[in-house]
Design a protein around this ligand. Structure first.
Ligand SMILES: [Zn+2]
Length: 201
């Protein structure tokens, strides 16, 4: 029998079941030279209006990919409960330490968030964040959109991508989602080590 994982150290001031709009944080204790009892604080906004499906929108998986970070921050200030049915969870800066540093990977542990899944509750800071997404947030959602861009090392065209997945029905739904996103291009993408990415959950 697989060993049961301990609970995540991440806590939140968000009530995921409350209607309305909430701006809060995910708080991961992190003791460092800068703060002995410090924490990594990841902003989160939840908009809910009654029953319905849940969408999870994320940016800042890589800290130098600013387009998703900025667009989701704008959405956090604009989206109103009356505009939706169900729930939208928005996290513009998944890897907040990397976003603060303007770098692809975390300056704390060198962690690449999109190569850290499924993560571990007793792993590095990046692995602990990935674990929280994997075991808490992703199971809550029906749809997940993780926004990436070129960062410092790539120059890419606007596109929406779906991944090849073991669950072919899920793969087809992702393909349909990529088509409906409305970007000029959409396609399947096969990454070299996508098994450790968020999109394989
Ligand atoms: Zn990225």
């Amino acid at each position: 029998m697989p060993k049961r994982l301990p609970p995540s150290a991440i806590s939140t001031n968000i009530d995921f079941n409350a209607d309305g709009i909430q701006h809060g944080f995910l708080k991961l204790p992190y003791s460092s030279d800068q703060s002995a009892w410090g924490a990594v604080m990841i902003p989160i906004t939840v908009v809910k209006n009654g029953d319905g499906q849940t969408a999870l929108l994320t940016g800042g998986n890589h800290g130098d990919e600013y387009e998703g970070i900025i667009s989701l921050q704008k959405l956090c200030t604009k989206l109103k409960p009356k505009q939706i049915k169900g729930r939208v969870i928005i996290i513009p800066m998944m890897n907040h330490p990397a976003v603060e540093a303007g770098s692809r990977v975390s300056p704390i542990d060198g962690g690449n968030m999109n190569r850290a899944f499924p993560g571990h509750p007793q792993g590095s800071v990046t692995e602990q964040i990935a674990d929280y997404f994997n075991r808490v947030l992703i199971p809550m959602c029906d749809t997940a959109l993780d926004i990436h861009s070129g960062g410092k090392t790539l120059d890419i065209l606007p596109y929406a991508a779906a991944h090849r997945l073991p669950d072919k029905l899920q793969e087809l739904r992702c393909w349909e989602g990529a088509r409906l996103f409305g970007a000029p291009y959409y396609f399947y993408i096969e990454e070299m080590d996508q098994l450790r990415s968020m999109t394989q959950r």
